[in-house]
Ligand binder design. Structure first.
Ligand code: AKG
Ligand code: FE2
Length: 225
């Protein structure tokens, strides 16, 4: 499921983040990628150990925790502290698939089920820089307003087109979901949306109770912790 969720951060939060990031100590993004990715990756990132990454990553995680749509779509078990990247002067990231298993601090590991990009530059600030995601339905070009996020299955082939004017700044990270399978996660997301819509109207309370039970019992059947 490819899902655009608007307004994870408001414009004031984006502005404050950009003020810090525009002064940031950026380094070569190839430091956090495997052999295959290094051949096609040309961008800048905040180093993993950077205090600024930790500080801004925490703000992003707090904002995500307040967003019910993000929660329903990803059903997060573990989340990588967001990283921050910057593409400019022709910077790009060629087609690749994200690594399946990542290390978390404290020796824990994360299986990447869901990939996320939170845009931190407005589309008018730069040319190019589309996130292009290839799936069984074709290629999808994504370029979102600052503060919005795209979530997509980590199994997808994707790339970032060259940035030919200005700079594209984003936060990106991965989620291990309670629900590993993208199709099952989508079913639960749709079911949750229907339940929310019925709850807003004057649906029969008994039927709503039963449907809510179905949601939780499916989640119980499928969740892996
Ligand atoms: O910058 C983006 O939108 C995605 C970055 C990416 O694909 C990656 O770092 O693996
Ligand atoms: Fe990627």
């Amino acid at each position: 499921m490819l899902l655009h969720i608007p307004d994870i951060l408001d414009k004031a939060q984006v502005r404050a983040m950009r003020d810090s990031l525009d002064q940031g100590a950026w380094t070569d993004g190839r430091e956090t990628v495997g052999h295959q990715g290094a051949k096609v990756k040309r961008n800048l990132q905040l180093p993993d150990a950077s205090p600024l990454r930790a500080e801004l990553g925490r703000i992003v995680l707090d904002a995500l925790a307040r967003n019910p749509t993000y929660h329903a779509a990803t059903l997060p078990l573990r989340t990588l502290t967001p990283r921050f990247n910057r593409y400019e002067g022709g910077g790009q990231y060629g087609f690749h698939i994200d690594g399946a298993v990542m290390s978390l601090p404290g020796g824990e590991q994360l299986r990447s089920d869901v990939s996320c990009t939170l845009f931190l530059a407005e589309p008018e600030e730069y040319d190019g820089g589309e996130l292009i995601i290839s799936d069984t339905y074709g290629e999808h070009e994504v370029k979102l307003p600052a503060g919005d996020i795209i979530v997509y299955p980590s199994s997808s082939l994707h790339r970032v087109a060259p940035v030919t004017r200005g700079a594209r700044v984003a936060a990106f990270f991965w989620v291990q979901s309670l629900i590993r399978d993208d199709g099952k996660r989508r079913l639960l997301f749709d079911l949750d949306a229907s339940i929310q819509a019925l709850a807003q109207g004057n649906a029969d309370a008994q039927a709503l109770l039963q449907l809510t039970g179905v949601y939780h019992n499916l989640l119980r059947q499928w969740a892996e912790t």
